[in-house]
Design a protein around this ligand. Structure first.
Ligand code: NAD
Length: 456
């Protein structure tokens, strides 16, 4: 038995003991986790800075702060989520009492992506704990310092038989996936998502797959031309574009393209200065492989602004490409870097049809002061989440489920949806043991059939 197998087996025994199911226990663990995150704030910020020069402010804004609010929201609501929910009983089954009760799945596996290394491992962990599971957390090896920080936090907070952090590359993930888990929660790209889904199928393990893809932003003629570039530049270039819900490309009427381009360029200069390589607020690409991949997506003949790269520092300037077409290299895969193609359209309906033909996006953004065109886009297209007049901020609303559809994912989490992702809902019916009328038992007579029809 390998070390990992032994830990999984110990977690199964621990789960069977019933300890993790107690409401007080779950609340205590969440409080403990919150206070440990606050102790680790400095280590989190410096490790992610070492990994890809992410500014401390952004680590708090996009990771640590969200973890605090998720824990607080969960603590406020956990008692209600774990309570039995009484439901009606149908006439034919009366007298009886029916209710639904959430129960934890058992031993869960959480595999995280590297781009928000704390958020994407600890956020699902909050839900796993809240729902009463044990967990093995596998952070991505790509952000190595951050992975170590997650491991240090988990090790110093929980015993292995309850929560364990398995560090390592895809071989560790594959060793884990070969074992039987009661729930698998995966965040990453669609290619690895398929590997995880296949492995889960071997054991009929339920999965949540938080995947990625190309999230479009429509900039409509009635957009607010002052605030729109500001919000787009923020959402696209935060974390150097390495954000699953970043606007991947923009669709704008050809008539409005010049003013949009001008606005984007001005905004980039305003927040990162004339040379973003010197900006303390602009991150680097996480490793050489991704640097090579993203650099290749820049078609030099289409660079409107930016385009500078520095392989040694893994720096790619905030880059706007124009005019992008569906055939361009940057439109064939999720960009996941600071490159923003702007695609002009002449016909609004055809632009919607083009998006409709492609895999369903994780996020969709519409910039418009009005309702009609926004409604048309949102009604006709399928997506994980959409925002009018902003980018990314839905992520912070604990009342909205976060997840994709089709190629962008299966299932969702955040707030109550995260609790549900790690819970099975048991249906229970309580009937009295009194003598029972003979209607449902043979012989099947005409009068029984008539009565049955009435009851149903
Ligand atoms: P990835 O799919 O390469 O890796 C994710 C995890 O899977 C890592 O822990 C990695 O070690 C593991 N892994 C890699 N290869 C594996 C294999 N062959 N078998 C088993 N496990 C393997 O993704 P990434 O590069 O870390 O992250 C980028 C992707 O994640 C993007 O597509 C992005 O859109 C997506 N993402 C989605 C969300 C979301 O909430 N939906 C959030 C962040 C990132």
């Amino acid at each position: 038995m390998s070390e990992l197998q032994k830990i999984i087996s110990d977690q199964q025994i621990y789960f069977q003991s019933g300890t993790t199911k107690g409401l007080t226990f779950r609340k205590e663990q969440l409080k403990k986790l919150k206070s440990q995150i606050s102790r680790f704030e400095e280590q989190f910020c410096s490790s992610v800075y070492e990994d890809f020069k992410k500014p401390h402010f952004e680590t708090f804004e996009t990771e640590i702060g969200l973890l605090y609010s998720e824990i607080d929201f969960t603590l406020r609501n956990l008692e209600q989520w774990t309570s039995k929910r009484t439901v009606e009983t149908n006439l034919a089954n009366l007298p009886a009492r029916s209710y639904i009760q959430a129960e934890p799945f058992g031993v869960s596996l959480i595999i995280g992506a590297w781009n928000y290394p704390f958020l994407l491992t600890l956020h699902p962990l909050i839900s796993a704990i809240a729902a009463g599971n044990t967990a093995i957390v596998k952070p991505s090896e790509v952000a190595i310092k951050s992975s170590e920080a997650v491991s240090d936090l988990i090790q110093s907070t929980f015993p292995k038989e309850y929560v364990f952090c398995a560090q390592g590359d895809h071989s560790v993930a594959q060793e884990l996936l070969a074992q039987r888990f009661d729930k698998i929660f995966f965040t990453g790209g669609p290619a690895v998502g398929k590997i995880v889904y296949k492995a889960a199928a071997e054991h009929l393990t339920p999965v949540t797959l938080e995947l990625g893809g190309k999230s479009p932003a429509f900039i409509l003629p009635d957009a607010n031309w002052k605030t729109t570039p500001k919000k787009l530049v923020w959402g696209k270039f935060i974390n150097a574009g390495q954000t699953c819900v970043a606007p991947d490309y923009l669709l704008v009427h050809e008539r409005d393209a010049p003013k949009l381009l001008e606005g984007l360029k001005m905004q980039i200069e305003k927040i990162h200065g004339p040379n973003p390589a010197e900006s303390e607020a602009f991150s680097r690409i996480v490793n050489d492989r991704h640097f090579e991949r993203v650099s290749k997506l820049i078609d030099k003949s289409k660079v409107y602004c930016g385009g500078q790269i520095d392989a040694e520092k893994r720096y790619i300037a905030p880059t706007v490409l124009y005019p992008a077409t569906w055939e361009d290299a940057c439109m064939q895969e999720e960009i996941f870097g600071p490159v923003l193609p702007v695609m002009p359209y002449s016909d609004f309906d055809s632009a919607i049809d083009e998006v409709k033909k492609r895999p369903k996006p994780l996020a969709l953004y519409v910039f418009s002061k009005g309702r009609k065109a926004r409604k048309k886009i949102m009604d006709q297209l399928s997506f994980g989440a959409a925002i009018q007049n902003d980018t990314l901020v839905h992520f912070a609303n604990v009342h909205l489920p976060l997840g994709g559809v089709g190629d962008s994912g299966i299932g969702n989490y955040h707030g109550k949806y995260g609790f549900d992702a790690f819970s099975h809902y048991k249906s229970v019916m309580l009937r009295p043991s009194w003598p029972e009328p003979n209607i449902k038992y043979p012989p099947y007579t005409n009068w029984k059939q008539r009565l049955l029809r009435k009851l149903i």
